[in-house]
Design a protein around this ligand. Structure first.
Ligand SMILES: Cc1ncc(COP(=O)(O)O)c(C=O)c1O
Length: 431
């Protein structure tokens, strides 16, 4: 049987490694994440929910550039807004009206948003939120939960802390999602020490009933600023974020990723009393007000609203979950894999005794059958299409059939045609 050909991808990968460490700008897009030799390393175009690699293999894409694509690749309305702005200019020496236009939309949608500042990456605005919380409280320590970007204040709490000074590492402490005691034990040991509690309000698992409210109450009691990192939940769970969906309002919140259907923009929003410190605190970048991304964000948010996209994506996620579980059941694979997590982002985890091998086999077989997927079904509006669903179902079935054959064989590793994946690090709970 002839398998997919990745020879152009592999050549380009070898060449690129000579000039770019890891051959990519983003850890989660590196060859560590997909089985080397049986996965593409480079894509060169996308349309709707479909992408093509440099060898011209076609995939239904459930990674979506790590979640910025929310409507679909080459969305005509967003692309038109970008082209219209391109005819006027990309960036200027003063602010543009687009900043206010976008700010007003966020203020209308997001419960905690009295004021807004823009950045380019999620890491820009999480770092700004932490600086703001420190300035507001006069405290230094931070309690963290989830992933919050590449800056020292956060990454020092992970196993990827190489290069982060110990003095900085000592200021941030992790707590466990859905475990309010793990926050309380940090805060009660240093009642006046914590400037901020920052967490991803939802994601790999749903918040336990009352959890977010209890975190809110703890932040109030200890005088810490509560920050929701909505970089993933934003514009997916609800247009007002997880704070709207669950009815718990933080002091500050960070948005990015899906905000502009792929254009680089992020937003820090929050209570005016805290946000006004930004007149004195230094949070300032050359590209913060770049106009193409602002125009794209306005068009994206307007279209998400007009198409009822968040509801449609959740409904689709629920359908995908039950389809995927039915296949697992029929192949007796439920002890090996779980499809869980929220409907707006179904998460696939391995329960196998050798999860790296099982996940590597799954990714290998999904790719072979035309599905590009990491640990979750990342969804965009273009996935809400009968043909895309049918493609996904038949590819998932075929891939899982091959995986079940491999895992029930005497030596499953023999079924790997490529190398095993190497996860970057585990910062979120498994669902
Ligand atoms: C929850 C969360 N916060 C922050 C970030 C950092 O965003 P960026 O990679 O755009 O800097 C990410 C990125 O994956 C994220 O998932």
């Amino acid at each position: 049987m002839a398998y997919r050909d990745f020879s152009l991808s592999d050549d380009l990968y070898r060449k690129t490694l000579q000039s770019i460490p890891l051959a990519t700008q983003t850890h989660s897009k590196s060859a560590l994440n997909f089985p080397k030799g049986v996965s593409p390393n480079f894509f060169n175009r996308g349309a709707g929910a479909i992408v093509w690699d440099v060898d011209d293999n076609r995939y239904v894409d459930y990674v979506l550039g790590l979640l910025p694509i929310v409507l679909g690749y080459q969305d005509p309305d967003v692309d038109k807004a970008i082209r219209t702005q391109l005819d006027k200019g990309i960036i200027f020496s003063l602010a543009t009206e687009l900043e206010l236009e976008l700010a007003e939309r966020l203020l209308e949608l997001i419960p905690c948003a009295d004021m807004v500042r823009f950045g380019k990456n999620g890491s820009d605005v999480t770092a700004a939120a932490i600086r703001l919380a420190r300035a507001h409280t006069g405290r230094d320590r931070v309690a963290v939960c989830g992933y919050h970007g590449w800056h020292d204040w956060y990454i020092g709490t992970t196993t990827r802390n190489l290069g982060v000074p110990e003095a900085v590492q000592s200021l941030s402490s992790q707590f466990k999602y859905n475990d309010v005691n793990s926050i309380e034990s940090l805060l009660s040991n240093d009642p006046d020490g914590f400037a901020a509690i920052i967490l991803e309000p939802a994601g790999m698992e749903d918040p336990r009933s009352g959890f977010l409210k209890e975190v809110r109450e703890l932040a109030n009691f200890y005088g810490s600023v509560l920050i929701f990192d909505e970089i993933i939940t934003g514009f997916r769970i609800d247009l007002g974020g997880a704070q709207k969906f669950y009815g718990v309002t933080p002091d500050l919140a960070c948005f990015g990723k899906a905000m502009a259907n792929g254009m680089p923009i992020a937003a820090l929003v929050g209570r005016a009393e805290i946000m006004t410190h930004l007149e004195k605190i230094f949070f300032s970048t050359t590209f913060g007000g770049e106009a193409l991304s602002l125009a794209a964000a306005i068009a994206t948010i307007d279209k998400l609203k007009a198409t009822d996209a968040t509801k449609r994506m959740s409904t689709l996620g629920a359908r995908l979950k039950s389809m995927a579980r039915e296949v697992l059941n029929s192949l007796n694979l439920t002890t090996r894999f779980n499809v869980g997590g929220p409907d707006w982002r179904p998460v696939v985890t391995s329960r196998d005794k050798n999860p790296i091998l099982a996940t590597s086999l799954l990714r290998q077989e999904l790719i072979e059958n035309g599905i590009f997927m990491g640990s979750a079904f990342n969804l965009c509006l273009a996935h809400d299409d009968d043909q895309v669903f049918a493609n996904t179902k038949s590819a998932w079935k075929q891939a899982m059939y091959s995986v079940s054959k491999a895992l029930s064989s005497s030596n499953p590793a023999d079924w790997m045609r490529g190398e095993l994946i190497q996860p970057v690090f585990q910062v979120r709970p498994k669902s």
